[in-house]
Design a protein around this ligand. Structure first.
Ligand SMILES: [Zn+2]
Ligand SMILES: [Zn+2]
Length: 196
């Protein structure tokens, strides 16, 4: 599956809401590390980054020495889409994707010769109570095709893409265009998402 959005062209610039999302991911990862991984994951070596992807909800990369990891979690999951339940899992979608990537980190260290979504991985997911299937696919029920984010943190969908036109959030300022609530494009919404 090729990503819908060319993320490489988007500068990685952590806004206040991105920083809050990353802080939340780190806190959840630390909790899961204690509860599910017997504190065995080297989270201090994991860099968490929000991604603008809307199809690949999560990914994790490591270097040859497995001494550093970069985990990208779709910013989309910070919104209501992340609260959605996942069939066959005790986690919501946001936690499911995070746990999926944490199991990859564990596998990079403990079972590097096993296939990425092979029996070792599936058994770990099953034991943890996550969906055993390799890549969760979810239907994101949205009315609009384009996902925008308000600096206040909520998301809105629009049927059309605004391009360079400046549009602000009507919930925050119903009166007129307000640069403090300018909507920022997160990405194009497709019918399904997955985790790598
Ligand atoms: Zn708003
Ligand atoms: Zn995976």
């Amino acid at each position: 599956m090729s990503p819908v959005l060319d993320c490489s062209r988007l500068p990685i610039r952590l806004s206040r809401t991105d920083a809050a999302f990353v802080a939340e991911l780190k806190a959840r990862a630390e909790l899961f590390n204690r509860e599910l991984f017997n504190s065995g994951l080297p989270l201090a070596k994991v860099e968490f980054l929000p991604s603008a992807a809307v199809r690949q909800l999560g990914s994790v990369r490591t270097n040859r020495e497995r001494s550093a990891f970069v985990m990208r979690i779709a910013r989309l999951l910070d919104g209501p889409a992340g609260d959605r339940p996942v069939g066959g899992s005790r986690f919501n979608l946001r936690d499911e994707v995070l746990v999926h990537e944490l199991v990859h980190v564990e596998q990079f260290i403990s079972a590097p010769d096993e296939a990425p979504h092979g029996p070792w991985f599936l058994e770990r997911m099953r034991l943890i109570g996550a969906r055993p299937r390799a890549c969760p696919t979810v239907q994101l029920e949205v009315r609009g095709k384009w996902l925008y984010r308000c600096p206040a943190g909520h998301e809105v969908t629009r049927l059309r893409r605004y391009g360079r036109r400046r549009v602000s959030c009507r919930r925050c300022d119903p009166q007129a265009y307000n640069p403090r609530h300018r909507l920022r494009l997160v990405g194009e919404i497709t019918s399904a998402g997955g985790a790598e």
